[in-house]
Design a protein around this ligand. Structure first.
Ligand code: SME
Length: 176
């Protein structure tokens, strides 16, 4: 048996299939603690991307795309360099904005129009971030494993996004 851990394995992180509400409650609590007392959107989004990347097993990319001037523009992230601009309606991220709904993709190769920033990515979860019913950004998570994200992960990440959204200055973040 090959016991060499994958580069995306992280000790103590939320493993595939283990995304319980409790696990995501803890992650949300830690996210709020990280943002406590800080109002700088760039620092806060950078730390959130790093926290999620560190605390969810199997991710090869975690970060934000910000809706600026009518298109998604790359924001703070962890992982390999990524495409900078994504039109609304394009790719998994642009679809999440257009549909105003999370996109959970079990196999990115089966998603028409998926934008392959990193060829290692096999599955993806994109959660839109809305303020007063207006989409401001998305949180994009990629995994090098097929079907990394289940419905519990989607619910957990949506709860995480709902928890930190009021603490980020999205108006400044989305100024182009
Ligand atoms: N796969 C995304 C593009 C962004 S990268 O995954 C970082 C998409 O199809 O929108």
């Amino acid at each position: 048996m090959n016991s060499t851990p994958s580069t995306t394995d992280r000790a103590g992180a939320i493993a595939a299939g283990a995304g319980t509400p409790d696990a995501y409650r803890t992650l949300s609590r830690d996210a709020l603690a990280l943002l406590d007392g800080e109002s700088d959107w760039l620092a806060n989004l950078a730390n959130l991307a790093a926290l999620v990347y560190e605390r969810m097993d199997g991710l090869n990319w975690a970060g934000f795309y910000l809706l600026r001037g009518g298109e998604l523009v790359l924001g703070p992230f962890q992982g390999r360099p990524a495409c900078v601009r994504i039109a609304v309606g394009k790719g998994v991220c642009g679809t999440a904005v257009a549909a105003r709904a999370s996109q959970r993709v079990a196999d990115v190769h089966a998603f028409p129009g998926h934008i392959a920033c990193d060829p290692r990515s096999r599955s993806e979860l994109v959660v839109p971030i809305t303020v007063d019913a207006v989409v401001m950004a998305v949180l994009d998570l990629d995994s090098d494993r097929l079907e990394r994200f289940d419905a519990a992960d989607q619910a957990g990440v949506e709860a995480l996004v709902a928890a930190f959204t009021p603490l980020v200055d999205w108006v400044r973040a989305c100024r182009s």
